[in-house]
Design a protein around this ligand. Structure first.
Ligand SMILES: NC(=O)c1ccc[n+]([C@@H]2O[C@H](COP(=O)([O-])OP(=O)(O)OC[C@H]3O[C@@H](n4cnc5c(N)ncnc54)[C@H](O)[C@@H]3O)[C@@H](O)[C@H]2O)c1
Length: 331
């Protein structure tokens, strides 16, 4: 039976709802910094023990799954504490904030044989699941994807205070993971540039727009942008170019363009999928529970989570060095 603890009840509240009662799972405790939040949560979740201090939370001996949804800068130390307790781990993205931290987590997880996953939700989205079925990855030569965040105000909360906060680790990671999943491969090179033009005079001191050119095996080029400052609905746009067809998904709809219809823009084949498909967001967490309970369930491997983090770190390094870098993955 799964007995879970949750850290941080912002998006962590969604983790709670995904875990609670799924295949008899119970959330037994939660750690939350904000005392006011605890008071209101206690009214709704009477059976959960709420903690305000980390030491008491980590002294629980009845937990076997932890869901870490604290601010980015706490993920690393909370992962290490959870590994020590041999708890299985769901950690919000990003797993951590430096390559050295990533390396340590990777080797400790391997050594301790616990299960761990991160919440890269786009793979469970109805639209992207269906696009994946339509693509012929052998024919792809170019993919373009934009993470249009449309939530500029969120830059001025904890994200402004987090020393190593990175838009690449906070936003780009989602669309990069999606593209790697489509192509079933990892990029070999990256060149990235960033800008803080729109946020220069604000308290957000990091870059708020960035673009990336990734090279994938077999000469596939991928251009991504992370746009935290746009006046645009929160959206992930995508264009997938194959030799004989193009798939497009933007706020105006999803289209399949092929040799028969491409000369007449009024004749394009419109597709209709659920997006943002919020009902599927619990799926990664529930699949993870399945994988703990019955080992047969196939999840994205933790190595694929580690590799996408590595590619993001190289992208940020490329911005700093202003040059294209070859990406070396952990072994
Ligand atoms: N997978 C996704 O699509 C997705 C979406 C949003 C946020 N996130 C990630 O989730 C994490 C939380 O972001 P959020 O949007 O929920 O923020 P939030 O501010 O809405 O909520 C975070 C909550 O966690 C609490 N908290 C933070 N650090 C804590 C700590 N060390 N101990 C105890 N409580 C702590 C805060 O008091 C707050 O109540 C971040 O890492 C973020 O990158 C992921």
């Amino acid at each position: 039976m799964i007995k879970a603890g949750i850290i941080g009840l912002g998006i962590g509240k969604k983790h709670l709802d995904a875990i609670e009662n799924y295949r008899n799972s119970k959330v037994v405790c939660a750690l939350e910094k904000d005392r006011k939040k605890i008071i209101s949560l206690k009214k709704k979740y009477k059976h959960i023990d709420f903690y305000n201090d980390e030491k008491s939370f980590f002294s629980r001996n009845d937990v076997n799954l932890i869901s870490i949804a604290s601010y980015d800068e706490f993920h690393y130390s909370q992962i290490l504490k959870s590994i020590k307790k041999k708890w299985h781990i769901i950690v919000e993205k990003p797993i951590c904030l430096s390559p050295a931290e990533l390396k340590k987590i990777y080797y400790l997880v391997k050594k301790n044989k616990i299960k761990i996953t991160t919440n890269l939700v786009l793979r469970q989205n109805n639209l992207f699941l269906n696009l994946k079925k339509k693509i012929n990855k052998k024919e792809i030569y170019y993919i373009e994807a934009d993470y249009l965040w449309g939530r500029k105000e969120k830059l001025f909360n904890w994200r402004s205070k987090t020393k190593n906060y990175s838009l690449t680790l906070g936003a780009t990671i989602h669309i990069l993971d999606l593209v790697c999943w489509f192509l079933n491969s990892m990029p070999t090179k990256v060149y990235a540039k960033s800008s803080s033009k729109i946020t220069k005079k604000t308290k957000f001191r990091k870059f708020s727009f960035s673009h990336y050119l990734f090279t994938f095996p077999k000469d596939i080029m991928v251009k991504l942008t992370a746009n935290a400052v746009c006046t645009h609905p929160h959206f992930h746009t995508l264009k997938i170019f194959e030799k004989n067809k193009t798939l497009i998904s933007d706020i105006f709809g999803q289209y399949l363009i092929n040799k028969k219809n491409y000369k007449n823009k009024f004749n394009l084949k419109k597709m209709k999928y659920d997006y943002p498909d919020k009902k599927n967001r619990k799926k990664i967490i529930r699949d993870f529970i399945d994988s703990i309970l019955d080992k047969k369930i196939i999840m994205p491997s933790f190595k694929s989570n580690i590799d996408v983090m590595t590619a993001c770190f190289y992208a940020d390094m490329s911005m700093k060095k202003n040059k294209e870098l070859s990406i070396k993955y952990l072994k």
